[in-house]
Ligand binder design. Structure first.
Ligand code: FAD
Length: 470
């Protein structure tokens, strides 16, 4: 006999977790199946452990710049095992919270690997035993795993992000193949930990696809931090010495030596062991879905990183809730991609929402204000960075923003709310923000679009100004 559910969810990352809770809160009988650690990539080897490391690297930077605030610190040492132990504590606490919440909401948590037997049955195997589940609806949220191209990773010297996060000591030198988000975030962190970092990126700029001006700011900081950037280059050959050290030969013939190499060239949907063919679910590299996240079988949805393309936890989570509602009979809903923020947790942070300025062309007016125009940035000794707002030329509605600098990943959400609710730049400008705070830079930039700014001259390009008087 099979256990019978209204909804079975495969994978407990942010997508599956949101899907299971949403379905359960609507009274459905739900099970959530997980083959590895509860919380998925995001909690165990992705967003959370990396941002915990980012917090440590930001703290080190603060210590290093303490003298600029008039504080002398006599020296510090990085206790990396203690850093890793803190990471583990954070993950364990959050993981426990996830499982407790699921149980409180009556979601059956099932450990094991799920594979389709047919379109309504799953076989879950765990430690040599197996069980059969029957479900009226299924949500696939099996995520993605590291793609290593032609490289065979040993996770000791030649690493994916999983191996790098598992190293017990900071490597003296690290070569990162791939200057995308994951590569740049690790570069930013490990440079602060004292590692000699080199990034090799085949495109002409790091973070291909991001605002070029934002990337120039980041590249300047990377350079100051001693990170070597080899853009427009590929790694043609990797050789390992008997001691394990690696030598990379780049496409221009130069060589780079490193104690460890991180291959950060992308992710691939994790779908090969799901037996999708047994359920008649069509797939390419990822599961194929329509606008409403339904697969080729209308009672089966797929969300998050197993559907190729987005690679964001909050995107997966939003899709999880939408897919559950759609499958349970709500009016069909699609994810509105125009206001999903993307944040890059390098130092400086880069945050972005909406299309890039170059893609909107003449349809928008743009305005850019340097962080130095803000009193708060001087108080915090964080004057580097800028915000650029884009507003529709005809309607004046906000269309997008790029923020580089301190607090960018938090500040972007003011613009996200404005875009989601169709606010004009003027409406945003006339929202009163407390002084002195970081969000003032948002309202000032919006105001600058109208020549109403109190901090920046409307007559000329913004320069470093004193900000509002305190
Ligand atoms: C190093 C790194 C840093 C990141 N940082 C950020 C960040 O700061 N912000 C952000 O938004 N995103 C970040 N991401 C991306 C984010 O982690 C993913 O977009 C997100 O985890 C995708 O969620 P998901 O629910 O689709 O799948 P996942 O989180 O990948 O979870 C899928 C789960 O399904 C399980 N599973 C797979 N197959 C089966 C099966 N057959 N049976 C049972 N279980 C199965 C897996 O074990 C896994 O636990 C980062 C990713 C990485 C790698």
């Amino acid at each position: 006999m099979a256990d019978v559910y209204d909804v079975a969810v495969i994978g407990s990352g942010p997508g599956g977790h949101a899907a299971a809770l949403t379905a359960a809160r609507r009274g459905a009988r739900v099970c959530l199946i997980e083959r590895e650690q509860w919380g998925g990539v995001c909690l165990n080897v992705g967003c959370i452990p990396t941002k915990a490391l980012v917090a440590v690297s930001q703290f080190i930077r603060q210590v290093r710049r303490a003298q600029r605030l008039g504080v002398t610190i006599q020296g510090y040492a990085l206790d990396y095992p203690a850093v890793l132990a803190r990471n583990e504590r954070i993950i364990t606490t959050l993981r426990r919270g996830i499982v407790d919440l699921l149980r409180r909401e009556q979601v059956a948590v099932v450990n094991g690997h799920a594979a389709f037997e047919d379109a309504h049955h799953l076989i879950v195997t765990h430690e040599g035993s197996s069980q059969r589940l029957q479900a009226s609806r299924v949500i696939i949220a099996s995520g993605a795993r590291p793609f290593s191209g032609a490289w065979t990773l040993d996770e000791c010297h030649l690493l994916s992000y999983r191996g790098l996060l598992a190293l017990s000591q900071v490597p003296p030198s690290l070569l990162i193949i791939g200057g995308g988000v994951i590569g740049c975030e690790f570069a930013s962190c490990f440079a602060m930990f004292g590692t000699q970092v080199t990034i090799v990126e085949q495109q002409p700029q790091l973070l291909p696809g991001e605002d070029p001006e934002a990337v120039r700011w980041l590249a300047r900081r990377f350079e100051a931090d001693g990170i070597t950037m080899r853009t427009g280059q590929t790694v043609a050959r990797l050789e390992r010495s008997a001691e394990g050290a690696l030598t990379a030969t780049l496409s221009d013939g130069t060589q780079q030596h490193a104690h460890a190499v991180l291959v950060a060239i992308g992710q691939r949907p994790h779908i090969d062991a799901l037996q999708l063919a047994n359920a008649g679910v069509a797939h390419g590299r990822g599961v194929q879905v329509d606008t409403w996240l339904r697969t080729s079988q209308p009672h089966i949805a797929a969300i998050g990183d197993c559907v190729e393309g987005h690679g964001l936890a909050h995107w997966a989570s939003a899709e999880g809730a939408i897919a559950a509602r759609n499958l349970l009979g709500d009016p069909p809903e699609a994810l509105q991609a125009i206001d999903v923020p993307r944040c890059i947790f390098t130092d400086p942070e880069i945050a972005h929402v909406g299309p890039l300025e170059k893609d909107l062309g003449e349809t928008v007016r743009s305005n850019r204000v340097a962080f130095g125009a803000l009193g708060k940035s001087h108080c915090d000794e964080q004057t580097e960075g800028f915000i650029k707002l884009l507003a529709d030329r005809t309607t004046n509605r906000l269309r997008g923003a790029t923020i580089v600098g301190a607090q960018a990943s938090s500040l972007i959400h003011h613009v996200v709310v404005a875009i989601r609710h169709g606010l004009t730049a003027k409406q945003l400008a006339r929202t009163i923000t407390a002084h002195p705070t970081w969000p003032e830079v948002i309202t000032e930039t919006a105001a600058h679009l109208y020549g109403e700014s109190l901090a920046v001259s409307a007559r000329r390009a913004p320069s470093v100004a004193a900000g509002r008087s305190g």
